[in-house]
Design a protein around this ligand. Structure first.
Ligand code: WQD
Length: 320
């Protein structure tokens, strides 16, 4: 199989690229290298283009033809919730515009399979303990909105011209499958805590008065290598003629609080982490945990790594 991976030089994308290479697939990466790094993708060719620009159509058409592409995995997008609130137009242009350009190029080239990076941010602030794919999706920020629209776009392409798509709704992704592929950005809890430790500061906990057992927010942390495996399972699923579902939660199915994450960081690093409890952060749902029965049953996928594996691998990559 020949797979084109947009955003393949990024944190999650590069893990999927490496797994595909290990499985013997041919891979071509499309990345604007704004956050990605070409050295993450080994010997895969990199087409440097921003999917949100007019240059995308021609670059994709050439890549599809030259590499005889069978399927696309689409990561390339902006992914910071706060930035999306401050600069919504940028998110609509990049995430929705980029996906529109990609889908048009796929239709033109007759490339009919897509795995799309969606997000648990599509759920907004759910009322239930575990969220299911068929429950309400009411995103509360432009980032989550653009991801939900991306799912609609792939579904519409399915109706219009037969695209076969799988939308993967990622929960809180962390860790590293290989130390050279760690998350270089410091945007999420675990790298933020590591940076605080490096700088000798107490990590900030946003709120300890939530209606949860220890008062801090609960999230579903998934190891990036488990997440990457889910993409290969989704690719295989697209080959099946009868596909009952197109949208899948990718999480562990169990939640960890911020204080629990800090406890594991303390165990892994040996540093006596003392939290600095502050006000709640705007827009944080108290709890966001995946119901994973659909992906377990349909793709035969489940997590193999726990929170300690996640924090330990993230710490090793951070040190490297
Ligand atoms: C995790 C928990 C914070 C920083 C976002 C997106 C989601 C997905 C993952 C892409 C929360 C708390 C954090 C800190 C803290 N991204 N926290 N102190 O907001 O759950 O999810 O990233 O798709 O869509 O919404 O992730 O890592 O920012 O926070 O206490 O310094 O850690 O309040 O409870 P979040 P996060």
């Amino acid at each position: 199989m020949s797979v084109l991976v947009t955003g393949g030089a990024g944190y999650i994308g590069s893990h999927v690229v490496r797994l595909l290479q290990q499985r013997g697939e041919r891979v071509v990466v499309v990345d604007d290298l704004s956050n990605g790094r070409a050295q993450r993708v080994g010997d895969a060719p990199v087409v440097q283009v921003d999917l949100g620009t007019d240059a995308a159509a021609g670059a994709l058409a050439s890549a599809f033809a030259e590499h005889d592409v069978d399927a696309v995995i689409h990561f390339a997008a902006r992914k910071q919730v706060g930035e999306s609130v401050a600069k919504p137009a940028r998110y609509w242009a990049q995430n929705v515009g980029g996906t529109a350009n990609l889908l048009q190029a796929m239709e033109d080239a007759g490339v009919g399979k897509l795995v799309f990076s969606s997000s648990a941010a599509t759920y907004g602030a759910p009322a239930t303990a575990l969220v299911r794919e068929d429950g309400p999706a009411e995103p509360i920020n432009p980032y989550g909105q653009t991801k939900l629209v991306g799912e609609w776009m792939s579904r519409a392409a399915g109706v219009a011209w037969g695209l076969r798509a799988a939308n993967l709704r990622y929960f809180n992704v962390a860790g590293a499958g290989w130390s050279d592929l760690g998350d270089a950005a410091v945007m999420n809890l675990i790298p933020i805590v590591f940076r605080a430790l490096d700088e000798g500061r107490a990590p900030v906990v946003f709120g300890d008065d939530y209606p949860t057992p220890d008062g801090s927010c609960i999230r579903d942390y998934v190891h990036v290598l488990d997440l990457a495996r889910a993409h290969l399972a989704a690719l295989d699923h697209l080959a099946a003629d009868e596909r009952p579902f197109d949208t899948f939660n990718v999480g562990s199915g169990s939640g960890s609080s911020v204080f629990e994450v800090l406890r594991v960081v303390r165990e892994v690093t040996g540093v006596d982490v003392q939290p600095d409890v502050r006000e709640r952060r705007a827009g944080d749902p108290p709890q966001l945990v995946a119901d994973v029965s659909r992906i377990n049953d349909t793709l035969g996928w489940s997590t193999t790594k726990d929170l300690t594996d996640i924090v330990a691998s993230a710490w090793e990559a951070w040190r490297a």
